[in-house]
Design a protein around this ligand. Structure first.
Ligand code: RIB
Ligand code: CA
Length: 312
């Protein structure tokens, strides 16, 4: 099997953790490295949590690089109310012993991409886009080295989850999102419209727990903690599992309903700052710059995630 070179840029976060585990349980990928960014919790904790997850999967070989500790322009907004004070509340996991790599994540992204073949690297940002945007600003030519970016972020028909207009990853760093969405990179956005169409069930979380492995038990304890916020807010019987949808899209795209659209990022209005303005009906005449996912097959998605967790 030809493996696909993959980089995950992340702000763990329980759903980020599941995305990393699913990627590690997928032989289709060669995970070149993980870059961490401030988001759900400050950078020191996202960098800690990424290494905890790698060690949970017995993958100390995966290099982890710390990136930007704050957005490009705005002040950092975090989400301890969702993810807990550590960002990985739920399971009781040991502190990481594997070190961070010394290079800054932005420098490593630039160096790695410049050394790669054209259109060869897949990048999955599942947190604020600060690292990705800073790399593009530092070295615009890296865009030609990316096969595609598949990101979790945004919302249109579903609105936002931080403000009525903005989803968290875009809300935290809308200027970074603007850089990415105007870069010309082949781009797919997995927004709240998609992730909210496929909610976890208690039965599924119990299937994960019943794996009985360190990964299965810890993942179920992460999800027990993580899903309560969205269940309370939306009054649903289960919560969405945002970030692993990017990995699922790369391997099982047939599970996703998508459309090629023009997407703009609001960076001017305080009221709608960070809104992903999706031209779903083509009213602007502007050329499409992003494949937008709107719905996911929930049974297919959660069978996929379960099976890849079971492989660890
Ligand atoms: O809005 C959901 C996104 O924000 C997910 O990536 C979650 O981990 C948080 O970063
Ligand atoms: Ca995230």
């Amino acid at each position: 099997m030809t493996t696909r070179p993959l980089i995950i840029d992340t702000d763990p976060g329980q759903d980020d953790a599941i995305a990393i585990l699913v990627a590690l349980g997928s032989p289709e990928f060669d995970l070149l490295g993980i870059t961490t960014v401030a988001g759900n919790v400050p950078l020191s904790l996202t960098s800690r949590n990424a290494r905890i997850v790698c060690e949970l999967a017995d993958r100390r070989d995966v290099p982890v690089y710390a990136g930007c500790s704050r957005p490009m322009v705005r002040t950092l907004v975090t989400a301890e109310e969702v993810h807990g004070q550590t960002g990985l509340d739920g399971p009781d996991l040991p502190e990481p012993t594997m070190p961070l790599r010394p290079e800054h994540a932005v420098d490593w992204l630039v160096d790695t991409l410049l050394a790669a073949d054209d259109a060869s690297i897949t990048l999955c940002p599942i947190g604020p886009l600060t690292n990705v945007a800073m790399a593009i600003v530092k070295e615009p030519s890296i865009v030609t080295k990316l096969r595609e970016i598949v990101l979790m972020g945004g919302g249109f028909f579903e609105g936002g989850n931080v403000t009525p207009a903005a989803e968290f990853n875009i809300h935290v760093d809308p200027h970074a999102a603007h850089v990415v969405f105007t870069s010309g990179v082949p781009l797919t956005m997995i927004p709240l419209d998609a992730t909210h169409s496929a909610l976890m069930t208690n039965e599924w979380i119990e299937r994960v727990r019943a794996l009985g492995t360190p990964v299965g038990v810890a993942a179920s304890e992460m999800l027990d903690f993580f899903e309560r916020f969205d269940m309370d807010r939306y009054g649903t019987a289960g919560g969405p599992l945002h970030d692993p949808c990017t990995i699922a899209y790369l391997i099982r795209p047939e599970l996703f309903e998508t459309r090629n659209c023009h997407v703009d990022i609001e960076i001017g209005s305080d009221l709608t700052m960070g809104m992903t303005v999706v031209d779903w009906w083509g009213t602007t005449g502007k050329p499409a710059n992003c494949i937008v996912a709107r719905r996911i097959d929930p049974d297919g998605l959660y069978d996929f995630i379960h099976d890849r967790l079971a492989a660890l």
